[in-house]
Design a protein around this ligand. Sequence first.
Ligand SMILES: Cc1ncc(COP(=O)(O)O)c(C=O)c1O
Length: 328
Amino acid sequence: MHLNQSETTYLYYAYGRQALVEALRLAGVSAGDGVLIPGLICKDVLSSIHTVGAKPIFYQVDEALAPVSLPRHPSIKAVIAVNYFGFPQDLEIFNDYCNKFSIKLIEDNAHGYLSANIDGVLLGNRAPLGITSIRKTIRIPDGARLHVSDVQLVERMPHQLPLNSKPLGARYLLQTVFSKVERTTRLPLLRWTRAIVRLRRFLSTGEFISGSSALAESEVVVPVGPRDSSIKQIRKLDEESEAKRRIDLYARVSSIISNSKITSVYSRLPENCVPYGYPFFAETDEVKSVQRLVNSLGVEVIKWPDLPEAILLDAPDYYSNLWLVNFL
Ligand SMILES: Cc1ncc(COP(=O)(O)O)c(C=O)c1O
């Protein structure tokens, strides 16, 4: 399959972390450099930084998930701003910082495929470099992209890596069918399957969740092209109805949980925002009751993120009390 002309500022990868490796390279980050990154992040993102031989330097975010301040260090060659859960991060402070010190901003829009800011600009396309993990919004085995908007960087973009000819696979086809059945009948087939998988994993490894080891941070990330079959699924998506489904779900979850003892991360859904899910802060004991409340919508509550080891010790409570009603 060929990618068309309008897609030449995009490069497609299997995973968002691979797109990030290329973004870091294009930003001129190399061994020994620093990359400014929020402490509220999942371990996988650190693996991209380690892969180019750089070091993460953390900034903290407040309870609105906006940066408290951006520290300066002469080694810093790139800054990562995250659109948490598909909500647009205000880039002003990042742009000021990057202009002042002549460094590149990377917009991490892993969570926000289809989401746009109030002016209708797609998230992931607002900075010189942006990454989006499409596989987090559409049920596909792989699929992520890098967007390059800086004219000089566009000239240095590598070629698209070859697409992989593997089919979607039985597991993904089954998950898609289960998800459709779950959405129409409310029979929680996917949740039951996940529970069985976790139980089997626990019995064989002693861990319910995979990849929660410190090693996830230092894995070497090798960029590869996504499956041809995943790109076909992305093309087939009815974007308007998927965006509407997510926006409607956000309103329904918001109303269902309005009387529970949780705190929503965001007070409202901004215009043009297509949410990854419904993020909220809660103590672990509360979460079961939230899951019960949203069961009727066929959606699952998950914990995010699996925090980096360096952050765990001093992390504010709200980093560890963050949950998401996942709309996938
Ligand atoms: C904020 C953020 N950025 C990047 C990634 C990496 O995306 P992927 O899992 O597709 O490599 C993740 C993964 O969870 C993420 O949460």
